[in-house]
Design a protein around this ligand. Sequence first.
Ligand code: NAP
Length: 365
Amino acid sequence: MASANQILIAVIGAGGVGKCFLSQLQALAARKPSPKLSLCYISTSRKALYNDDYSPINIDNALDALAASSKAPPSLTKVVEYLAAAPAKVVLVDNTSSQDVAELYPLALERGLSIVTPNKKAFSGSYQLWQDIFSAASTSGAKVYHESSVGAGLPVISTLKDLVDTGDSVTKIEGVFSGTMSFLFNSFAPTEGKGGQWSDEVKKAKTLGYTEPDPRDDLNGLDVARKLTILARLAGLPVESPTSFPVQSLIPKELESCTSGDDFLEKLPAFDQQMEDTKAEAEKAGKVVRFVGSIDVAANKVKVGLEMFDRAHPIAALKGSDNIISFYTKRYGNNPLIIQGAGAGGDVTAMGVTSDLIKVLSQIA
Ligand SMILES: NC(=O)c1ccc[n+]([C@@H]2O[C@H](COP(=O)([O-])OP(=O)(O)OC[C@H]3O[C@@H](n4cnc5c(N)ncnc54)[C@H](OP(=O)(O)O)[C@@H]3O)[C@@H](O)[C@H]2O)c1
């Protein structure tokens, strides 16, 4: 049974981020005598581990125990019922990219479960879901934090919230929001030297593990559009969905119907000239091309796609697969507040989740 001053942690998803989160949770629980953090539930899409009496799961070997578990996960509504009946406050950590789990948030919050997550789906889906989430949280008093849903562990969302909450006027947000796109353009159109062929760079990015298994899932721009949707809403724009504003896809029309990622990569070289022309046009103007997202708050305009930047511009000078996000505000004037660094990776993403958990603990414990 749970004891007084205990917080129960339920983790859904134990992949790249989930595993790193568990190791950070283990260290946090060891460091933090109060409130006592107990893992009461963990699942993947196929397996679950929990005890009917909420007795703690040993965090140190939770992954092995989960792998050995013969329990299938209960339905998501059953999971909420189980957690809502717990004898202590519960924080639900969603480390999946599941739309089904995201759609459960209003119910979970209504039932008093706080949520921390790097999952973009809930906050970049329909505007109705966004409203349902925050109204459920404000009614029940449960907390919801999602720092790692934009820029992984970089403090992008907390910074934007602080700017808005302290009364600054955010006029524009602009940046490179995808590690994959960052890597691709930093090597395809570097500020120094010639850069590679577009299709070679896409293949290289896939081999190095920077792309999704099918690179079209990065090149269609939707991942960036989802992040822009989240930031635009936080800046006060009621963006309906990530498809309700212009998003430039880098998938040639003819290759949209390729049967697999490999088929796509094989046919991509035939379309290299389009990207070469774009690069040459930028070079002629003394610039480089980058894949960026921008939100013009005053004009209520959000867009995602290719833009040209002077070689000395911070967006042009980005390295590796880093993200960069610039906040233009009334207080910061002509020199934006800039956040830059790794925008992907298990450990940094889990850091955003763990720091959200610490914020929740400070409010509910
Ligand atoms: N990796 C990064 O660098 C990064 C950066 C920023 C944000 N994120 C976000 O972090 C989240 C996790 O990313 P990841 O890289 O860890 O993904 P991942 O390696 O694919 O892991 C996803 C985990 O979620 C589980 N899962 C999926 N659907 C589920 C469901 N309906 N119920 C229970 N478990 C379910 C999967 O279980 P199975 O294996 O059984 O399917 C797996 O354990 C995503 O939302 C991602 O967008 C990741």
